[in-house]
Design a protein around this ligand. Sequence first.
Ligand SMILES: Cc1cc2nc3c(=O)[nH]c(=O)nc-3n(C[C@H](O)[C@H](O)[C@H](O)COP(=O)(O)OP(=O)(O)OC[C@H]3O[C@@H](n4cnc5c(N)ncnc54)[C@H](O)[C@@H]3O)c2cc1C
Length: 416
Amino acid sequence: MLSNSRAVAIVGAGVIGTVLAYELQRRGYSVQLIDRDGPGEGASFGNMASIAVTEFMPASRPAIWKQMPKWLLDPEGPVRVRPSYLPRLVPWFLRFLDASRPSKLRKLEAAGAVLCHRVHEDLDALLKETDLTHMLSAEGCLCLYADEREFQADRDHIEILERFGFRHEILGGNAIRDLEPALTTKITKAVLFPDNRSVSDPYRLVTAIAERFRALGGMIVNGEVGGFTTREGGISAIRLKDGRTIKTEKTVLAAGVFTSKMAKELGEPIPLETERGYHTQIMAPGISMRHSIIWPAKAFMVTPTAGGIRIGGTVEMAGMDAAPDYRRAKITVKRAQEALPDLQVRETSEWMGHRPAFPDTVPVMSASAKHRGLYYATGHGHLGLTYAATNARLMGDLISGVTPPIDLTPYRVDRF
Ligand SMILES: Cc1cc2nc3c(=O)[nH]c(=O)nc-3n(C[C@H](O)[C@H](O)[C@H](O)COP(=O)(O)OP(=O)(O)OC[C@H]3O[C@@H](n4cnc5c(N)ncnc54)[C@H](O)[C@@H]3O)c2cc1C
């Protein structure tokens, strides 16, 4: 019989909460995983499926923010801020600017790189144990450049990767098309990131792990969290909006971008914003691809998935409530057709999701600084799928009182 101190409730059954639930169960905890929807139906449903270990660098670095004014003026640019949302974005944006100071950037880069260096070890162990290894592609990602000017504009990205020892290979025209024959001859240079892989279906990955968790005795509670009951400096119960109460000893908030509202209620505000992103799934693309591709100058990504190919990218800052603007998805499809001239746009579906993003690009994986037995796992931004197994490993150590293999100070909730 498990003692109460081995009882954990996790709020949010996205990829972060679900993989952590499985990890804690594996460590002998009795876990309740709470979500108002089914597992994996939030941001984790439609992401670009990329295990993007080469994309950890802070968005606040000069190579990005120097282009912001140009991007913001271009209605088809990679970053869009809805004018009506601008005033609400100011505090987040000021922190973003603060995160662009050179001394801070070096630390933020290191915080991302340390996680990415762990990703394959942690993910391989998870996939092996859950019999899901077949979901991970064997091929890497190709970063595309039309000419030397585009390549030079992305040089800082590659320099950061070199500094932290991530593998890459620079390729010229014929070598590129040997790897991906569907690519246009306009692409004269590419960098192959062999360790930047993808999964065949990110939603199915979450549901498969959730099924496994349930089969091993884990409890998935369908309900919307409405509040918390605190006692003696800790959380004693989670209140659901339908009136049910879940008694708990330890609580993990892993509700993606919605974690911010809960943290505020608990007196521990965090600057979490939604970076809205879009995808278009093309079930009958008329081409086949083995690698995922990113064309930085055109700001889109294409990933081969189990159900055809997925095209995505772009960031839209418009808050939680504004209706999706699917013109954003159509722009990326148009750009992908420039790279893949034979691409057919048939049998498509479009989707919008909320990346939970902190202004310094680094996730929070932390014990609360205020409430005993409360933990946060959120803000994984563009890399929630990539970081999920590593997040689970590190949070698993933190919650069980085991010394984690890396220093978790950069990911603290009270760093802002
Ligand atoms: C277009 C796009 C492309 C992306 N591409 C990639 C990629 O290629 N690689 C990568 O690594 N990452 C990618 N990401 C980022 C990744 O999808 C996210 O970082 C990740 O899904 C976040 O997972 P999560 O579990 O924190 O949040 P979510 O998946 O959003 O899960 C949060 C859960 O909390 C639940 N919840 C919220 N409030 C409550 C409440 N009050 N009560 C109960 N339940 C609640 C929600 O229902 C939801 O299920 C992409 C994101 C987008 C939008």
